[in-house]
Every structure is written in C-alpha cells, then in structure tokens.
Design a protein around this ligand. Sequence first.
Ligand SMILES: [Zn+2]
Ligand SMILES: [Zn+2]
Length: 272
Amino acid sequence: MKKQASIIVSMSVLFLMSFCLHQNRAEKMDPLTIESKTEKPGLSFTCVYDNYRVNPELKTEWGFAVVINMPSENILFDTGGDPDILLYNMKKIGIHPDSINKVVISHGHYDHIGGLPGFLDENRNVTVFLPPSVPNAVKKMITGKGAEFVEVSEVCKISDFIYSTGELSGYPNEQALVIDSKKGVIVITGCAHPGIVRIVEKAKEMMGVTDVYLVTGGFHHPPLSVVKKFVELGVKKVAPSHCSGDPVRKAFAEEYGQDFIAYGVGKIIEIK
Ligand SMILES: [Zn+2]
Ligand SMILES: [Zn+2]
C-alpha cells in the first residue's frame, strides 16, 4: 500500500492543508486551493434518495443520496440503501448513471452505501471518495467492480469548488461535503454522526467564512437547541432531511420560515 500526501499552498487568500490518501494508485491529489478569486459557477443538486418525499412519482425509502450537478462534472453523494430504488429514482428524474463522474460516501452505514454496488454495475468509470473507516469489504467490492477509490482522511478537494471536511470522528466516522457556491458556503451531510454543529463549525473554519448559505442532509436527530445554534453560526438556509427527525424539522421550519426548505427525494435546489 502506498500513501502519498500533498500539502499545497494557495496564492493569496486561504491556505489550507490537503491530505488525501490515495489507495491503489500513488497519484497526488489536486491541490486544495479555495478558488476565491475565480468566478463561481452555477450548480444544482437533486435529492435522489430519501425517506422524506417531495416528488410522489419517486420511491421513498430510508437512506440518503444527492446528485450535485456542476458545469464540469456530476457528483453522487451517498447512494441510499437499495440500488434498485437509487437507479429507479435517478432514471425517473433523468439523471443517467453514466453522467456521474465521482461518488462520495459519507460513512459506512448501509443506508448510504447500499446502493453503491448496483450503481457501479451501471457505471464503473468513477472514483469513489470514502473515509478510511469504511469497511474493507466495501473497498474490495469497489475495486472488484472495476472502479477505484480514494481514502479521505483530512480536508481535501473533491472537485472544483467542492471539498471534503475530511474524516471526522463519530460513531461511525464520517465526512461531509462543503461547496463554495456563488451564494455562499453550502454543507451537505449524510447522517452527521460527528455532530451537525461540529460539521458546520468545521466547514466555516476550513473555508474561512463567518456564515453559511445552506446546510442540508441528515442532521442525526439533534436536540432542538440546534436551531438557536444554527442562527448563532450564521446559517442562512436549512434543508434537513433523512435522519434529522420531525421535531427538529418542525422547529427549523418555525424559526427559519421561508429559509426552511422542505427537503426530500426529488427536491432540486438550484444555485444561480
Ligand atoms: Zn449513519
Ligand atoms: Zn443514515
């Protein structure tokens, strides 16, 4: 096994450390450079798997998956628990598996990785970014299907304007995605086992920002005091789903009003 670390410095604004372990191939990852002076592109993200329903034509099941559509590439974040449901929903929405360039796995629970084998049967020309703590059987399955994987330990760049928080400790360990969008920083979490507040704090720290445009994904049924904490953290919009829990969704809806987004399978959020 070869490990290679890249520690890169950006030119002017933010200096961050990148450290991605690249299993299977000893290639350096792209430098982690926050493109703060580059014009940020529009993007959208579509929830393709969730236990909350937005589009009744789609199948609803316990789990989480989102497709992030960037001008340069498409990223699948988590894969839900059932490959048939994942592929059904993607195709119904009009997202062909072949259009996905990268897959990011938040953590090793079945409701986030269960759809991965079936997805790779349809498209193995992807790189799968996962925390090292994901079971070895999953890593073997990925290479067995003909795809490759990258273990993400620390903060690193996944794609232009898209970063991982790195593997944060929890039960189990987990990574979240942070998008540097033209509206501000967006955080997408799987189950938030390390704690949703901690993940948002990590995102703010790594991006060097004082507020966050949007936090979405599974919040792992935090206490209702999380709502006040989000306001203090400068979170402008929230779209909790999956394992967030109905009481927290209700409390967020009351506090955030129009800035609460009823998230669930079929929901498309566009950042223009
Ligand atoms: Zn989980
Ligand atoms: Zn989950």
